[in-house]
Structure formats: structure tokens, C-alpha cells
Design a protein around this ligand. Structure first.
Ligand code: ADP
Ligand code: 5GP
Length: 193
């Protein structure tokens, strides 16, 4: 790790709650912040590029990297679909260049356990289950079967709501992003956690 210590910001939430949308606003608001590109075994969506949204790995390669201790944490978020935070993506983090992670609720729990007060975890909450479901359907990025798998997991993910450093309800994106930016600014200036 950097001698100045890592500064890690994590957005976590059920799929469809708005993590990616809030993450994009954070990166725009904090020019020195870097996005930690996770590895995954899920196939790329149209428009996603290897090394930008994710490092897309086949399962054998992913397992080899697990055996090599390449991950800070990894989870089988959906059956047969692995996701993991790479050590090399996080270890460059410093006070001047914080790193942003977008991980599921179990991954966020692991990151908090490993990094403690150096990590600030924000749970992005949908206004309701029904609104989340309709946003996920409207996004249209999953096959019907994958969409059902994600929706089945949402209720479990929502049970993690109050286990992190802050909860931001994503009712209106501008408002929710503004609230998250204010929380992160305060964490980075050393006045939270
Ligand atoms: P996640 O990364 O958590 O899966 P996304 O950021 O992809 O979620 O958001 C899911 C969908 O909902 C996207 O189509 C996004 O444009 C939309 N969305 C996000 N926030 C809002 C909001 N506050 N109001 C309406 N739609 C939203
Ligand atoms: P998606 O397939 O929609 O990009 O992501 C599905 C879920 O996997 C989301 O909850 C996302 O936050 C999570 N995810 C992405 N990268 C990682 C990671 O490195 N580790 C863990 N644990 N979850 C991740």
C-alpha cells in the first residue's frame, strides 16, 4: 500500500439501484479519483470494453487469479458469475488519488473489514423495490432470465442497507449524487468515520 495510506470509497447497492450512475458523478466531481476496474466472468454488455468497465476473464483465468491471491475480495454474485476487486487496482490508492469501488454488498463488507476507517462505504438505496424493478427492466441490459436472477437477489441485498457508513436514497439522481459527493468530500477531508 501507499505510504500515505489508501483512501477507498465504495458504492454498494442492489443491482439497478443506481451505483453506476452515482459512481460516474463521483468521478466527475473528484478529478483525482480513480475507478477500480474489477474482474468478472460475466460477458460484456454491448458498449462495454475490456479493461474499462471490467477485466473480462474466463472462469479458468479467474480461478487462477484467485489462487494467485490477486484479489482483495471476490464473490459469486450470481450463479456462475464471479466478480472481484484486484489488489493491483487498489494498492495505488493514496490520500491524493482515492480509489472508487462499485461492488456488491458482500464485497463491500469485506472491503470494510480489510480497510476499516480508510474505506468509506455508501449504500445506494432505491426509493422502493417496485421502482428498482422498473428501472432495471427499463435499462434493458439483461436477458429475461438474468433479470429474474437479479430481482430474486434484490431482497437479500436490501437487508444490508444499514450495515455501512451511510445510506443515500436514489430518488432523484441529481439530489442523490449531490448528497453522496458531500459525504465523500467530508470523508476525504478527514471529518467522517
Ligand atoms: P446499478 O449500477 O446499481 O445497477 P444503474 O446506475 O445502472 O444501477 O441504474 C439502473 C437504471 O436506472 C439505469 O438505466 C439508470 O439510468 C437509471 N437510474 C439511475 N438513477 C435513477 C434515478 N434517480 N431516477 C431514474 N432512473 C435512474
Ligand atoms: P453488473 O453485472 O451489473 O456490472 O454488476 C453486478 C453486481 O456485481 C453489482 O452489484 C456490482 O456492484 C457487483 N460487482 C462489480 N464488481 C465487483 C467486485 O469486484 N466485487 C464484488 N464483490 N462485486 C462486484
Amino acid at each position: 500500500m501507499s505510504s500515505k495510506g489508501p483512501r477507498i470509497v465504495v458504492v454498494t447497492a442492489p443491482s439497478g439501484a443506481g451505483k453506476s450512475s452515482v459512481a460516474a458523478r463521483l468521478l466527475a466531481a473528484f478529478p483525482s479519483m480513480r475507478f477500480s476496474v474489477s474482474a468478472t466472468t460475466r460477458p460484456p454488455r454491448p458498449g462495454e470494453r475490456d479493461g474499462r468497465e471490467y477485466h473480462f476473464l474466463d472462469e479458468a483465468t479467474f480461478r487462477r487469479r484467485v489462487a494467485d491471491d490477486a484479489f482483495v475480495e471476490c464473490e459469486e454474485v450470481y450463479p456462475g458469475r464471479w466478480y472481484g476487486t484486484l489488489v493491483e487496482e487498489v494498492e495505488r490508492s493514496s490520500t491524493d488519488a482515492p480509489v472508487l469501488l462499485d461492488v456488491d454488498v458482500r464485497g463491500a463488507t469485506s472491503v470494510k473489514r480489510v480497510f476499516g476507517a480508510d474505506a468509506f462505504v455508501v449504500f445506494i438505496s432505491p426509493p422502493s423495490y417496485g421502482i428498482l424493478e422498473s428501472r432495471l427492466r427499463l435499462r434493458g441490459t439483461e436477458t429475461p432470465a438474468d433479470l429474474e436472477t437479479r430481482l430474486e437477489r434484490v431482497r437479500y441485498e436490501l437487508t444490508y442497507r444499514d450495515r455501512f457508513d451511510a445510506v443515500v436514497v436514489n430518488d432523484d439522481l441529481d439530489r442523490a449524487a449531490g448528497e453522496t459527493i458531500a459525504l465523500v468530500r467530508s470523508f476525504l477531508s478527514g471529518s467522517t468515520t
